[in-house]
Design a protein around this ligand. Sequence first.
Ligand code: SF4
Ligand code: SF4
Length: 195
Amino acid sequence: MPGRVIKVKRRENLGWLERTYLPMIIAGLAVTARHFFRNLRGFITGNRTTFVVQYPEQQLDFPDSFRGQPVLVQLDNGQPRCVACGLCEFACPTDCISIVPGELEGHGIERYPVAFDIDMSRCMFCGLCEEACPEEAIVMSREVELGKFTRGELIYEKKALLVPESKLKRRLDFLRSEYDREHAPPTPSDATDDA
Ligand code: SF4
Ligand code: SF4
């Protein structure tokens, strides 16, 4: 289902003052100055809590629209929601998704990912895989701690990508509101072996 379209009205006739750009320049400088003086006050008084996060002890609660590491939605039965249609692989601009599909017989879904890898060293967190997926099977999580020592460690296989659906609820709710979806797509009744 297509996303919501917001039409922005372009103003054709600007007044002489607006054509000088001065009002917007002044507004921008006012925002910068506000942050500058707030931070300066924090440095002087020692109260830096308004602009410093004591990471990693303190973690930010990212907004629901935040795009961290793409992950696979794991159903209650432990299997991925993915049906290996390949749309995310096709949509990915950096070619970092690799899927090996398998076929099922006598199950609610016919295809499943035998292998599903994402090379996080190439991922740019654009979210196009999530947008392309018709099954809500791949979503952008809040995970950002992806530091590794080798590039090989950044290739995440299916097991490492699976995250229980319950832990992704906020993101899934956000997506449904963005795409005007009332419910999740039908859940595959059962899937296969080795998630
Ligand atoms: S977020 Fe973008 S770059 Fe990363 S896997 Fe998805 S489509 Fe590819
Ligand atoms: S994650 Fe979604 S788009 Fe990608 S293969 Fe699975 S079902 Fe298709």
